[in-house]
Design a protein around this ligand. Structure first.
Ligand code: MFK
Length: 565
């Protein structure tokens, strides 16, 4: 018989996921776990079977933009691929957005929803993108309290009825910038009926097939800068189903996320309603940013998990040099390192989901609210980088097969590469962390380090009683990294106030912000992993998380570099 390689396969993605199951067992009361388990198991089955099979079959399909009909009418119609059409139905049926709003588990509903999203995402070629924005739009409308818009849109965004479901777009990026949103050039002019109409170009609008969007525009006469922008609600089609003075100029030709119909738009008098006031658009859209950043982190761990599930299965099937890969120490060691990165990232993303859930049910206290504000950018930037690293290594673990398109593997890396870019690049989020600590130029706050002190004390809480020597050693690594970060910050922050030193020190602070944020991110991950490992040993006699914590503790936690200039 000639050699024939058996491909990797997936089982039920919930049943097979030790990390998710063990985490839910720790966090959620047993009766509640039983209540939600069938929903997770069904999503795990779909993700490992029907959706995964369709994903492979749908690989070459991409959304299609038809700008003109046969008779010369501008129609700008987008046809989605079969995978995305099925993904939408499944997402709505299974409440991948709705679960967070039904709040059947109270504050833990966010975790339940994120678990569904985590299982669903990797088999849907980033259908998580429209869902993230839909979720973010619902949360933003609810937060800002415009009752008419809440009544009009939120029931569609959080429904479980596919016939009524709307997705939402988030139209922020313009030619002038995707990060520096405050310079947006879109203008809002009132027409003769007092209705605002938007005029401008949106340069990078994800999932443009949505029924509504939240977007930023500058009401005529407003000052420059973020404060002069207002947040607007747009319905993309009129009562006849025609686009509301919106032209879709073209779809973007992107490295990855090929199923996402990302478009360049011209708004040519698009009717729009103010969501809250005529100013402070940037501040008002931040609830949306924070929700999509959470989804970004959940998607990052989901893609890592998918890659590792495939790699681990393949290792039991692939024979080289006379042995299965799963019997070869170097291969096993390599995968174990990736598994540790994934487990660390998993606990961080889900910890932010926990805080988000408490925020949404009003159970969060002031300290935790600050913690959530600090951890959201740190989590997003840390997990996104890990996803690119892990999926790249996953491809390598397949050898040449990982580089060949029809295995479906290269898409994992390409789709991961968007995660550090959209929703705030690593550098923008590192600077956002300085802002949240009150250390950026605009938001300087004399009390600023208290945020960091709080973060460190919350994270190290309980470490004094860690008795397992391996976990105690890992805890020392985390504490040392926190201390180093705090000392670096104190030194630079102290100097920003000194005469003659201020400008240089501010530059140093900014230049080191990425290393500072990543160090905090990896140290937070290590502490959360240690806490879970401790619980697993004590309550489930499972030492796997301890192995991961130990390994993670020796894979570059402290990235601070002193005196780099
Ligand atoms: C798989 C799932 C992924 C999801 C898919 C979604 C696909 C969509 C793709 C995209 O649309 S990607 C584009 C997303 N764009 C961004 O994420 C923008 C990145 N840039 C930033 O985040 C900048 O930091 C920011 C635009 C916010 C900076 O703008 P400004 O005008 O310089 O901000 P400024 O003046 O510092 O802050 C304005 C206010 O907002 C301040 O409050 P005050 O008015 O009270 O002083 C800030 O404290 C507040 N703020 C800023 N960021 C915040 C925040 N508040 C809470 N949370 C935040 N994250």
């Amino acid at each position: 018989m000639p050699f024939q390689q058996e491909p990797p396969s997936l089982g039920n993605q919930y049943e097979d996921d030790r990390v998710l199951r063990s985490y839910l067992k720790r966090l959620i009361p047993e009766a509640s776990v039983r209540e939600i388990e069938s929903s997770l198991s069904e999503m795990g089955r779909l993700a490992g079977d029907d959706l995964y099979q369709l994903q492979l079959a749908d690989r070459l399909n991409e959304p299609l933009l038809t700008q003109w009909d046969a008779w010369g009418n501008r129609i700008d119609k987008i046809e989605l691929t079969p995978l995305w059409r099925l993904a939408e139905r499944i997402a709505v049926d299974h409440g991948v957005v709705a679960t967070a709003y039904e709040q059947k588990l109270g504050a833990l509903s966010r975790v339940h929803q994120c678990a569904l999203a985590y299982l669903f995402t990797p088999s849907t070629d980033i259908y998580s993108c429209p869902l993230a924005m839909t979720d973010g739009a619902a949360r933003t409308l609810l937060t800002l309290g415009n009752q008419a818009l809440i009544d009009r849109a939120v029931p569609h965004l959080v429904t479980r009825n596919p016939e009524e479901f709307w997705t939402a777009g988030q139209w922020m990026t313009e030619l002038i910038g995707g990060s520096d949103v405050s310079s947006s050039e879109t203008v809002a002019r009132k027409d003769e009926n007092g209705m605002y109409r938007l005029h401008g170009r949106k340069w990078f609008t994800s999932a443009v097939s949505s029924q509504m969007a939240l977007t930023l525009a500058r009401p005529e006469g407003n000052p420059t800068g973020g404060r002069g922008l207002a947040l607007f609600y747009v319905e993309t089609r009129d009562e006849n189903g025609r686009l509301s003075n919106i032209e879709i100029n073209r779809l973007k030709d992107k490295l990855g996320t090929r199923k996402v119909p990302t478009a360049e738009l011209t708004l040519a008098g698009t009717p729009a309603q103010l969501v809250k006031g005529t100013t402070d658009g940037v501040r008002n859209i931040t609830p949306l940013l924070n929700i999509t950043r959470l989804w970004n982190g959940i998607s990052a761990v989901a893609l890592m998990r998918r890659g590792l599930a495939l790699a681990a299965d393949y290792a039991t099937k692939r024979v080289a040099f006379g042995r299965r890969l799963s019997e070869q120490p170097l291969h096993v060691d390599t995968l174990a390192g990736l598994q540790a990165e994934f487990e660390a990232a998993f606990h961080f993303a889900f910890y932010v989901a926990e805080l988000t859930g408490r925020n949404e049910t009003g159970e969060i206290d002031e300290d935790e609210a600050l913690l959530l504000r600090l951890l959201t950018p740190i989590m997003k930037l840390t997990t996104a980088k890990q996803a690119v690293f892990v999926t790249s290594e996953v491809l390598e673990s397949f050898g040449g097969a990982g580089y060949v398109e029809d295995t479906g593997l290269p898409a994992l890396l390409r789709d991961s590469q968007v995660l550090p870019i959209w929703e705030g690049t690593t550098n923008v989020l590192a600077l956002d962390l300085l802002r949240a600590l009150g250390l950026d130029g605009k938001h300087r706050n004399e009390e600023s380090p208290s945020g960091l002190t709080l973060l460190m004390s919350r994270m190290s809480h309980g470490f004094e009683s860690v008795s397992d020597p391996q976990l105690a050693a890992a805890a020392r690594v985390a504490l040392a990294a926190f201390d180093h970060a705090a000392n670096w910050l104190a030194r630079n922050e102290g100097e920003t106030g000194k005469r003659g030193e201020g400008e240089r020190a501010t530059r140093m602070l900014e230049a080191g912000a990425r290393r500072f944020a990543l160090t905090l991110g990896r140290a937070v991950e290590l502490t959360l992993l240690i806490k879970h490992a401790r619980w697993s040993r004590e309550h489930a006699q499972d030492g796997s998380a301890t192995v991961a914590a130990r390994r993670f503790s020796s894979s570059g936690i402290d990235l601070i570099v002193d005196d780099i200039f």
